[in-house]
Design a protein around this ligand. Structure first.
Ligand SMILES: Nc1ncnc2c1ncn2[C@@H]1O[C@H](COP(=O)(O)OP(=O)(O)OP(=O)(O)O)[C@@H](O)[C@H]1O
Length: 227
């Protein structure tokens, strides 16, 4: 499978200590600690609303923590820190594709925004091949099915060369063949020393550690649930 073989920045361990996040008028999680080292995958599991996406968005720098620390190697991983955010690729629930642009134009624009560089046609063709998108590269994204859009959104992992992947529900809407392609892409990334944090309700078939977000719900939430 095609994949860039070196990262733009060297992978370093990501370490969270005692993280807390307040969102939507409540404490979503607190006392959350973990470490992901180069070559490791961490799954985030838990019921709807338990804070999986919130944690990914916090690590990506879109949200602030109300407590605790995040460190990437020896450096503090602070909200909005551009230098550190250059180490990661994030793909959330909403795809970041512009419907009027073709898939190729979307990929070029994302590459330019994220790196200031142009993506080569060969790299793009190889990335499209990963999720069987070759025939769609020059089609406007507005004509894509939801699964095709989702695959197009995931395609960034195959042409941007960054060590830390943050994946929110990456299997949603994927058929069996593309799930296998996703698993192979993730394995390849880990084999190269990359790191992945993935929120998912479904088994992906790639070995990894797991955080159950229910273990980090503030006590008051649990008490309310038990009443
Ligand atoms: N944009 C937002 N503004 C305010 N609160 C939000 C927002 N998005 C989510 N929340 C709240 O944050 C909490 C955690 O939501 P989050 O989306 O992180 O859960 P999740 O575990 O990813 O859920 P799911 O499995 O449904 O994707 C929920 O209480 C939710 O209501």
């Amino acid at each position: 499978m095609a994949l860039t073989s070196t990262f733009a920045t060297a992978p370093k361990p990501l370490r969270a200590d005692d993280l807390a996040c307040f969102r939507g008028g409540r404490m979503v999680f607190d006392h959350l600690s973990f470490e992901v080292k180069p070559g490791e995958l961490l799954y985030l599991r838990g019921k709807n609303g338990s804070g999986k996406s919130t944690l990914l968005r916090l690590i990506a720098g879109f949200l602030r923590a109300q407590g605790g620390t995040l460190k990437y190697g020896d450096e503090a991983w602070a909200h909005g820190d551009a230098a550190l955010s250059e180490a990661l690729i994030y793909a959330g629930h909403d795809n970041a594709l512009k419907p009027v642009l073709t898939l190729r134009e979307n990929a070029r624009e994302l590459m330019r925004l994220m790196t200031g560089r142009a993506v080569g046609d060969v790299a793009l063709a190889e990335a499209a091949e990963v999720f069987a998108l070759t025939g769609l590269l020059d089609q406007p994204v507005r004509y894509f099915s939801s699964g095709q859009r989702h695959r197009s959104n995931l395609m960034r992992f195959a042409y941007l060369s960054r060590p830390l992947w943050l994946m929110d529900e990456p299997t949603v809407g994927l058929d069996a063949e593309n799930r296998d392609a996703l698993a192979a892409l993730m394995r390849k990334h880990l084999d190269m020393g990359g790191m992945i944090i993935a929120a998912t309700h479904d088994p992906i078939g790639v070995e990894g550690a797991m955080i159950d977000m229910r273990d980090y719900q503030p006590e008051i939430e649990l008490e309310e649930e038990w009443l």
